[in-house]
Design a protein around this ligand. Structure first.
Ligand SMILES: *Cc1c(COP(=O)(O)O)cnc(C)c1O
Length: 367
């Protein structure tokens, strides 16, 4: 049996009869950019999140647009995590601002909120948290600090569409919430796509202009923005998938429970921290035997991934920030031990069982 890491073909086959007519209509209408389909999706996704939201070209752009809306400038400091996809810190650095990393919590892989305060100084403008792998950061702690020091909060919810914190949707607790619709995300389009949601209507209005080169009236520009829109073809696909996202997330949670039942005796397994709802964008375990495990899984045709092999403070492009090995020991340890296993709603019971058996066999042979 071959277990892929995700199965987008299967998902497409399930949805083909809905997707194709929707795509055809975009071509027939010729409404590729800023058309009705985008408005419809923005309305539905805003209803889902309970907060007004705007499509944009990618999750990376969602982050950039949020920072631009805050008027982040060269030299400003933004507190964030070194254990995330590059885009989180890339958006900060791109504006000449400084990513200030804070180590993570070993249990959730999220930023360790007890260490944030020490990193705050007069140059700090915002805290950019990442709900890594689909589990929310302890947002109450973050919001208390943000209020005390008058900081903005951006939530990178690119892996957390539909995750919750105390009954609130991920991305709707801070000032800005950023989502990615990259095809392999739990809500994924047929190409690049993203979304920004804003707590304050004024911020949303600003991003509405920023994403079309800083103009409201065509060809009249109030400020310098970027070109970052979600195109109609993506909006059609995402609007269809949005109807299924809750069921899909539940399926992920169910697979995680099945894995945990067996794997918790073998390795460190991911735990859901209450009162939050983890949507298991990734199912990530920790083991000191990582390389041997990866080899074994590959030989037995079970796909696996390493998110992430190198923490951001050790990336070549961030050498100038002055961090070194040992700066963030927990992030570094997790980068050395983490393995993500296949978890997606299209997995069949026999595929799940095959992953469980292969994984268990490895540890029996190696103990
Ligand atoms: C995927 C992802 C992004 C970037 O999204 P793109 O749509 O690929 O630009 C940013 N942050 C995190 C945590 C991500 O997982």
């Amino acid at each position: 049996m071959i277990i892929p890491f995700v199965d987008l073909k299967k998902q497409y086959n399930d949805l083909k009869s809905e997707i194709i007519p929707g795509i055809e209509k975009v071509f027939e209408d010729g409404s590729f950019i800023m058309g009705e389909q985008l408005k419809e999706f923005e309305k539905n996704v805003s209803d889902y999140l309970g907060q007004e939201s705007l499509g944009c070209a990618s999750g990376s752009d969602a982050l950039l647009l949020s920072l631009l809306a805050m008027e982040i400038k060269a030299g400003d400091q933004i507190i964030t995590t070194p254990f995330t996809f590059f885009a989180t810190a890339g958006a900060i650095a791109r504006l000449g601002a400084v990513p200030v990393f804070v180590d993570i919590d070993v249990k959730t892989f999220n930023i360790d909120c007890s260490k944030i305060e020490k990193a705050i100084n007069e140059k700090t403008k915002a805290i950019l948290v990442v709900h890594i792998f689909g589990q929310c950061v302890d947002m109450d702690s973050v919001m208390v600090l943000a209020k005390r020091y008058n900081l903005k909060v951006i939530e990178d919810a690119c892996q957390a569409f539909g995750a919750e914190y105390k009954g609130k949707q991920a991305g709707t607790i801070g000032d800005f919430g950023c989502f990615s619709f990259f095809p392999t995300k739990n809500l994924g389009g047929a190409g690049d796509g993203g979304l920004v949601t804003c707590r304050l209507p004024a911020d949303l209005e600003k991003i509405k202009k920023l994403q079309i080169h800083g103009s409201k009236k065509k060809y009249f520009h109030e400020f310098v923005g970027i070109n970052s829109r979600l195109d109609s073809l993506q909006a059609v696909v995402l609007d269809i998938k949005l109807k299924y996202i809750d069921g899909w997330n539940e399926k992920r949670r169910k697979i995680a429970r099945q894995y945990n039942q067996v794997f918790s005796g073998l390795v460190k397994t991911p735990q859901e921290v209450l009162p939050g709802k983890h949507i298991f964008h990734q199912y990530a375990i920790l083991t000191e035997d990582r390389d041997a495990l990866l080899d074994y899984l590959q030989k037995n045709q079970v796909a696996a991934g390493v998110y992430y092999p190198l923490a951001l403070h050790l990336q070549g492009c961030f050498k100038y920030l002055g961090y070194s090995a040992g700066s963030f020991p927990i992030s570094e340890k997790i980068c050395a031990e983490v393995v993500s296993l296949p978890i997606y709603p299209e997995m069949t019971e026999s595929q799940i069982e095959f992953v469980i058996k292969t994984f268990t066999d490895f540890f029996q042979k190696h103990s």
